[in-house]
Design a protein around this ligand. Structure first.
Ligand code: COA
Length: 368
């Protein structure tokens, strides 16, 4: 086969059909609804229902969904003990990967029908925020919280970490990021989910693999790296000097660029607007000046590169006083819905993924 047939990163290759999400330059749709419309009008649980069940829930369905989710909170004791035993310097994403995998041994749903998959997906939404909350508290010398029934998923996730009723602004902003992060078509972690599913392996294995894929800084890990970068500078002048130098050296700046979006990420625009309002409310305009000092030269380059959702997300979480190593795990608490929706879709029309490689090694030769 000729080498030019290989497409690095599978760029431009259509790897399957989906009716869950459409990502293109002009739009981002979850099952036909634009992300802007969803971000304005519905909460994360409604989006999760849309992705998993195909439609937005009516009032009764939403109540039922929330009740089921509430009922699934609370980690089995051995999982909490395993989290307790993990060394303090293990990154939260690694704890989450292991925690979800271990929780899988206590999966309360036994079957493999589509209905069982949907229930398992809702259970996994609860498990991810429980693991994040338990780890956060144990690291801070506190015992994991029991969930508070009746809270929204965003509020519950914050409650499981902090143990107090979260403030309204934090809940609203976390909910917005959960809506924006919930689904994004055949990105690397979702594709990982589908590849694992295609072998007819189980959902927890697929999700465990997806968490590993999301952790990388070229993918979900970018929100933490973007904030790490912003926090290095005390003034916009320092940030400008750094970014101009980085661009001259052709270094990548985390939180910018996207395989599909070449004129900007729909989600970044929505979140950036809210982030600016929050900074204004909190009188944190120096952080915004640093944010802009990095962004402006990159978007004004001759060949501009635009922020993806991770750039404003990093600063949003920072302004909400969330610790850095929660940022990518919070992404998991949302994207788990998209992953599970893709697992279900793949399982219903499955053919094992088995692409070809382009062999560029030595020609045939005898063993000496
Ligand atoms: C997202 C990403 C992995 C997409 O990768 P990709 O589609 O393979 O794009 P490439 O890495 O080939 O980039 C294309 C060009 O844009 C440049 N570019 C892409 N992202 C860039 C960034 N974040 N900062 C500076 N330049 C960037 C590349 O250097 C390359 O320039 P060249 O054509 O002169 O070589 C990439 O943009 C990136 O690494 N971004 C930073 C990590 C990040 O924010 N990830 C979250 C994605 S939602």
């Amino acid at each position: 086969m000729s080498p030019e047939l290989a497409k690095p990163g599978l760029e431009g290759i259509v790897a399957g059909n989906t009716d869950i999400c459409c990502v293109d330059q002009g739009k981002l749709l979850y099952r036909g609804y634009t992300i802007a419309d969803l971000a304005e009008k519905v909460c994360f649980e409604e989006v999760a229902h849309l992705l998993l069940y195909g439609e937005l829930p009516n009032k009764a369905e939403l109540t039922e969904f929330r009740k089921t989710l509430d009922g699934f909170h609370g980690l089995p004791k051995p999982v909490i003990e395993a989290i307790r035993a993990m060394p303090a310097d293990v990154p939260m994403m690694d704890v989450l990967r292991t925690g979800v995998s271990m929780a899988g041994h206590f999966d309360p749903i036994k079957g493999t029908s589509v209905d069982d998959f949907k229930k398992r997906a809702v259970w996994l939404i609860a498990v991810t925020s429980d693991v994040v909350g338990a780890r956060f508290r144990l690291l801070n010398g506190k015992e994991p919280m029991s969930p508070m029934p009746g809270l929204s998923h965003a509020a519950q996730t914050l409650y499981m970490c902090h143990g107090v009723d979260p403030d309204e602004t934090s809940v609203r902003l976390l909910d917005l990021t959960l809506v924006l992060y919930a689904e994004h078509e055949f990105n690397a972690s979702t594709f990982t989910t589908r590849v694992i599913c295609s072998t007819t392996s189980d959902m927890v294995s697929a999700i465990t693999g997806a968490i590993g894929a999301l952790k990388g800084p070229l993918h979900g890990g970018a929100n933490e790296r973007a904030m790490e970068l912003l926090s290095r500078f005390k003034t916009p002048e320092e940030a400008s000097a750094w970014v101009n130098n980085a661009l001259a050296k052709k270094e990548k700046v985390m939180g910018f660029g996207h395989r599909v979006y070449k004129n900007g990420d729909h989600r970044a625009h929505i979140l950036e607007r809210e982030m600016r309002k929050l900074a204004e409310q909190k009188g944190r305009m120096n952080e915004i000046a640093i944010y802009d000092a990095i962004k402006d030269p990159i978007v004004n380059k001759e060949r501009p590169i635009y922020p993806n959702v991770d750039y404003p997300c990093g600063l949003t979480y920072y302004l909400m006083d969330l610790p850095l190593d929660l940022y990518t795990p919070l992404f998991v608490c949302s994207r788990i819905t998209g992953w599970c929706a893709h697992y279900i879709e793949q399982s219903q029309d499955n053919r094992i993924y088995r692409p070809l490689s382009n062999y560029v090694g030595p020609t045939e030769r005898p063993v000496p």
